[in-house]
Structures are given as C-alpha cells and as structure tokens.
Design a protein around this ligand. Structure first.
Ligand code: IVH
Length: 600
C-alpha cells in the first residue's frame, strides 16, 4: 500500500507543477527556474513510478503523452459547436450590423467584443469538479472525436481548476469550454529548423501541422508538436450564470484558462470597425497565426435570441483579412546542405512585398514537391507568408506560362563540395555522403550549439560557418578546445566577444545529459527520445554500450531509432568525438530512473 507521506507529497508536487506551468505558459511570468521545475517534475515521476496507483488523470507527468489509442471514440457535444459567417472588410461587417439591427432593436445600443480569430482547430474541453476529464475535436458540430490523451499534452491547458490554488472562486461541478488549439509561430519555425537540420521532411504550415498533431493516435507525437490552446466560449456550465462574452473571458481567465489577451469591448460599432482595420497590420506581431478577428455581441442572451442561419450564429461574425499570398516569379532554385548531408531546395524569387516585408526566398520543402507540383524555373508562383514563418511556395500558376519556363532537375552533385549525391530508397531526400563536406559539419555544429540543445550563446549559423571554414573545428568536440587567440583571428572578433563566447562554451559543459544526447544529432533522437534515454541510461558511457535489444526495450524507442543509435555509436569518428568530449569535461550524469536498463 502507498504510504500516506507519498500520497501527500505527490499531491503537493502536482499542485506546484500545475501552478508553475500556469505561471510559465499562461501568465508568461515564471516564478521558479527551469532547473527547479525539472526537479519537481523528476521527483513526481519517480514517485509515480514507485507507486503507479498514485497516477491521476490531472497529473502533469501526463503532458508528455504516452497513451496510444486504436481509434478515436465519438464524443457528443453538450451543445452545437457552431461556425461563423465571414465578412471581407468593413463594408461587409457594417452590412451585417444593419441586418441584425433590423431583426432586433436592442442591437442599436448593444456592446461588442472583438477577439482574434486564431487559425487553429476548435477543441471542446470537459471539466468535472475542476478536473480536466475529456476533450474532443469539433467533428460535425454535434459529435466530435475523443482526443483526451492528446489534449492533456497541450502545455497551457489547465489540468485542474483553478490553476492558481490561491484564487478563491467556486468551481462548477461541470464545465465545458471551447477553445482553439494551435502551434505558435515560434514553435513552428523552431520545429521546422530542427527537422531541416536533421534532414527530415518539414511541415508546410502551422495550421495543418496542428491539425495533424491533434489527431495522432500516439499522444507522444502530439506532445512533441508543442500545441497550445486559447479559450473563448463556455459551452455548458452548472451552477454559474454567465451573461456576457466579456464576463465569460474574465471568468475563464480567473479559473486559469489561457484566453486571447487582445480581446476588446466596444460600445460603438464604428469603433469595432476601426479596431479591426487597425489589427490588419498589428496581428502579424501576434505569436500565432490569425486569419481575421471575431466580432461578437457581448450580450449572450441577445446572441442566442438572434438564432442562427445554418451553422452560423447571427450574433457573431468573422472579420477576415485578405490572405498574405502573392504571385511572383521563380528565378531559380537554390540548394541547402543539412546536418546529415540532406539537400533541400529553396525558391529564389523576384523580390516581392508580402504584408509589409520584402520576400526574396521561400521554402520549396523537397525535390518531390517540385516534381509533384510541376514547378518550373521562370514560373509565376503563389507564395504565402504567415507571420514570422519563413514564406513558402504554394504552387505554380500554369496559366501564366509563356513557354520560356524550364523544368527543374534535382542536383546530381553537392553544391558545396561537388561530390556526387546519393538517393536513399523510401526517402524523399537526396544526400551528400561526403563525410568531409564542410556544409555538413557547419550544420552539425549549429545543431550542437542551438537553443534547444547545448545552448551556446553566440554560436549560431554565421559563426559555425566561420569556424569550419577557418579550419578551427573538425568535429563538435573541438568547440571545447577553442582558444581566445584562435577566436581573435576571426573577422568581427574582439577581446570581449571572444571572452563571452568562451564563457558560454564553459557553461555549456554543465547542461543536463538529455540536452547533450539530443545535441549529438542522432537520427530520430529528438527532445523526447533524448530525455527517455538520459533517464534510462544515466550517462553517455552507458548509452553508448547499449545493445539494440536494450534500446528497443525502452518505451517510445522504435526499431529505426534504436538502429540509428547503435549505428551512431559504432562509428569510430563518433567514438573519438565522445572521447574528446569526456576529456574536455563534458560528462553529465543523471540519476537513472529505471532499474531494468540492462546496460552497464
Ligand atoms: S467563436 C458561436 N471565437 O473560427 C461561436 N471562433 O471560422 C463561434 N475561431 O469554428 C466561434 N478564433 O474554430 C470564435 N475567438 C474566436 C475564434 C474562433 C478562432 C475559429 C473557430 C470557428 C472558426 C470559424
């Protein structure tokens, strides 16, 4: 039986972790360091491993995912999950106002709430006595798909209400909330940058990525996509009366839900229009993609009385902005060489303005994409820019062809070292397999020093290229033997800059084992796998001695990843890197969490 002390400690840890998670992801005002947070989480995981009966559905340890479904069960919504009618610009929106004012005189003096229209997917979240118990996709508006384990992985979704235990607010016995799940533009850009360096297929846009991630049968895959949610509607509630949209947002905020923080309330419809017009530009600075604003009558009774047309309520309206798409000419296709030698194409475009920014390059994803879409050099192409995300090519406009366009052929030789390239069966990628290709080492160094791995401040793409080209780095371990004299020979380096970099390199030696494992850039080993491996093996030495069977015995490590780990450690060049790292004092250890590792 579980001792009372363990039960109490686990409950306290859960409360603390949920609270600090709320501070970090919802309030964006952390009260403890990342290290302290990790320690709390690690203690909770150890307790839950020792006493599995302690595991509760609201445990924050469940955010990493783990549950795998066979298929999604149906989950009926307690009330219809409606859509919105669109208005394209202020004249359209004014016409809507006049239409509904004719239907109900109260509209003339009504107040309006305006919120961002987040370009994600609707989700419906069920809470019982303050605990998140179930959640669904929108489905057909009447019945959705039960995606509960996936929703638990959303970082800012409160698992227990109120998220701040010091808030004195009665918790309804039943509460169903609607929100929008999405991937922030920053997380999307980071994820694509990581995939590109790892030579993997990149995602096309944040919305489709979020939509794919939320419907994964394996919730660990959802967790790896870093989804978030913003909530804006109470679908059902027991024991509390909400009269206005403004009150609803405030109420949700108090309970600890993330709500759109640029929501505004207006007494004059003219001010609503002015605000929507002004947001056309400002919205591009928001951390997520928006395709418009949502105008809602503040009075929920009035909204309900106006009824709906089809699936669109009359009392709310989507004020849509023109999409940030433009047509420009594809001048040429450039090729990047990634960390694993993978070659990826990018579009070199005739300069064009999209949403106030001049665009000259755009992502072309991979060579298959160019072939599938029949994109030719000289084509007019449709390009989309979404917030800060690197613009991407949607496709060609064949009707605008002049006949002078040239088909594009993938490269037969590496654009950096000139060696013949290799195609790998079953993969979209084309590789440069020359181990001495400087482009690959540059990318390896970049990944090793990046924010999510060893986080060496100042060592980004530009410096990685400089260091490799100057012959100062032959592998990543050489970073730790760089000297001030060497750095001073590089362009742009003075005393201060060199010292700062050396300090950052010194600090990187103390990063936790999981960061070092993911820094090595082993194919298939991202953040999640690196954490599992660190917890399981406790040191690089133990990991490098692991057999295929040891690795496959770990939940979440599939046969491909296991093979790629064994292959990586079997390469003599990599063994030398490990020995050099060890000698340089880069040797983090971690308390092993599983007794059955089987490795030394
Ligand atoms: S309100 C009756 N508010 O946009 C309530 N929807 O095009 C109708 N959306 O299906 C929805 N942000 O998925 C509402 N602040 C917001 C929203 C929002 C995004 C989505 C939602 C809806 C779609 C309609």
């Amino acid at each position: 039986m579980t001792p009372t002390s363990a039960i109490q400690r686990a409950s306290k840890l859960r409360e603390q972790i949920n609270y600090h998670n709320y501070r970090y992801y919802v309030l964006q005002s952390p009260a403890i360091s990342d290290l302290q947070f990790d320690q709390l989480m690690s203690e909770l995981r150890q307790l839950e491993q020792a006493y599995p009966e302690l595991l509760t559905p609201d445990s924050p340890s469940q955010r990493v995912g783990g549950e795998v479904s066979e298929k999604f069960e149906k989950l009926p919504h307690p009330a219809p999950i409606l859509s919105l009618a669109n208005a394209f610009g202020s004249a359209d929106a004014q016409a809507w106002f006049e239409r509904i004012a004719k239907l109900d005189a109260r509209v003339q003096t009504a107040e309006f709430v305006v919120e961002p229209k987040i370009d994600g997917l609707s989700v419906v979240l069920h809470y019982e006595n303050g605990v998140f118990v179930r959640g669904a996709t929108r489905g057909n508006g009447e019945v959705g798909e039960d995606i509960t384990p996936n929703l638990r992985t959303l970082r800012n979704l409160p698992l227990r209400l109120p998220a701040d235990p010091s808030v004195q607010i009665p918790i309804p016995s039943r509460l169903v909330v609607r929100g929008e799940a999405f991937i922030s533009l920053q997380d999307f850009a980071d994820m694509n940058a990581r995939l590109a360096t790892a030579g993997e297929r990149t995602f096309i846009n944040p919305r489709n990525t979020a939509s794919g991630a939320i419907r994964q049968l394996d919730s660990r895959l959802t967790a790896a996509r870093r989804l978030q949610v913003l909530c804006y509607q109470v679908v059902a509630i027991e024991g509390v009366q909400l009269h206005t949209q403004w009150q609803t947002i405030e109420y949700l905020r108090q309970l600890g839900f993330p709500v759109p923080n640029i929501a505004r309330r207006f007494a004059q419809f003219a001010d609503v229009l002015a605000f929507c017009e002004g947001m056309a530009e400002q919205r591009t600075a928001l951390p997520y993609e928006t395709d418009g604003m949502v105008i809602k009558l503040d009075d929920l009774q009035l909204q309900a009385d106006l009824g709906f047309v089809g699936k669109d309520p009359r009392g709310a309206l989507a004020y849509k902005y023109p999409t940030q798409e433009v047509v420009t000419r594809l001048l040429d296709v450039g090729v990047n060489v990634g960390r694993t030698g993978v070659l990826t194409p990018y579009a070199m475009l005739a300069a064009v303005e999209v949403g106030g920014v001049v665009v000259r390059q755009a992502t072309l994803h991979n060579f298959d994409f160019i072939a599938e879409k029949d994109i030719r050099i000289g084509d007019s192409v449709l390009v989309k820019r979404a917030g800060e995300v690197i613009p991407y090519v949607i496709g060609p406009l064949p009707d605008l062809r002049t006949g002078a366009e040239q088909p594009y052929l993938p490269p037969t030789h590496c654009p950096v070292c000139g060696e013949a390239v290799k195609e790998v069966d079953d993969e979209v990628a084309v590789y440069c397999v020359n181990p001495a290709c400087p482009a690959q080492l540059q990318r390896v160094v970049e990944h090793f020093a990046a924010r999510g791995t060893l986080d060496i401040e100042g060592l980004g793409e530009k410096l990685a290229v400089q260091l490799v080209n100057a012959g100062l780095l032959h592998d990543v371990a050489d970073i730790f033997s760089l000297t001030k004299a060497q750095l001073l020979t590089l362009e742009g380096f003075g005393d201060k800059k060199a010292e700062n970099l050396l300090t950052a390199i010194e600090t990187a030696k103390t990063r936790p084992l999981e960061r070092l494992i993911s820094a090595l850039g082993i194919q298939g080993v991202g953040e999640v796998a690196a954490r599992d491996l660190a917890q399981h093996f406790g040191s690089l030495g133990a990991l490098s001695a692991a057999s295929l069977a040891d690795l496959q015995a770990i939940e979440g490590i599939g046969p491909n990843t296991a093979t790629s780990i064994v292959d990586w450690f079997a390469m003599s060049g990599n063994q030398q890197v490990l020995a050099k790292l060890h000698k340089a004092g880069v040797n983090p250890q971690m308390a092993r969490q599983s007794a059955q590792s089987g490795a030394v």
